[in-house]
Design a protein. Structure first.
Length: 205
């Protein structure tokens, strides 16, 4: 483990390594079915964000073109946020806490060296989706934000991220999602024209 710690650009241990270890120890004492449920949600919960984005597009078809434009752009917004997060990871190069701390048995297998920790990919994705959905339909944005919070917490519980990884991931996701969502709204005139063309059945009710 000494190799990564001597070359890293950012060492997350002094920030909240102690808090991470306390959370990890607590998670290891959860009932086994709860551990499995947390691990499954942490690994596959992104699919719920995809379902909410699809539902956002379906509901937006009944509203104005600005909402439709944002709903259609939501997957692209998430991809851009993920790309920005990946670039940031390569700059910060923070090793996973389970690689450099005595974390014991984590609920999720610790990623290999070189799979950087800061920010949390999962957290960026779900918060970006939630930020866009908030602009599309508040009735979907609220549940999406709750999903994002739960995902962020789960990434620490399963032992693969520090709390600050999740906090920065949430900030990056919200900033990217909200900013790009506003930008996507400017495509409303294009959606309005498309509603009168061949795509009418997909863009309106």
């Amino acid at each position: 483990m000494s190799g990564p710690t001597t070359t890293l650009a950012l060492d997350g241990r002094p920030i909240d390594g102690g808090l991470y270890q306390r959370i990890d120890q607590w998670a290891q004492h959860l009932p086994v079915p709860v551990q499995h449920a947390v691990a499954a949600f942490s690994a596959y919960g992104l699919a719920l964000a995809a379902v909410l984005m699809l539902l956002g597009w379906w509901r937006a078809r009944r509203t104005d073109s600005t909402a439709v434009a944002r709903a259609l752009a939501a997957p692209l917004v998430v991809v851009v946020a993920f790309a920005a997060d990946t670039l940031l990871k390569s700059v910060l190069r923070e090793p996973r806490p389970c690689q450099v701390l005595d974390a014991g048995r984590t609920l999720e297998a610790c990623p290999a060296a070189g799979d950087w920790s800061l920010p949390s990919n999962h957290t960026v994705i779900v918060f970006a989706a939630a930020a866009v959905l908030w602009q599309v339909d508040r009735r979907l944005g609220g549940p999406a934000l709750l999903l994002a919070l739960a995902m962020g917490v789960s990434r620490v519980l399963v032992g693969v991220h520090y709390p600050h990884d999740v906090a920065l991931g949430a900030a990056v996701g919200l900033a990217a999602g909200y900013g790009l969502g506003l930008l996507a709204g400017r495509a409303a005139p294009l959606v309005e024209r498309a509603r009168d063309g061949r795509l009418r059945r997909w863009l309106t009710v």
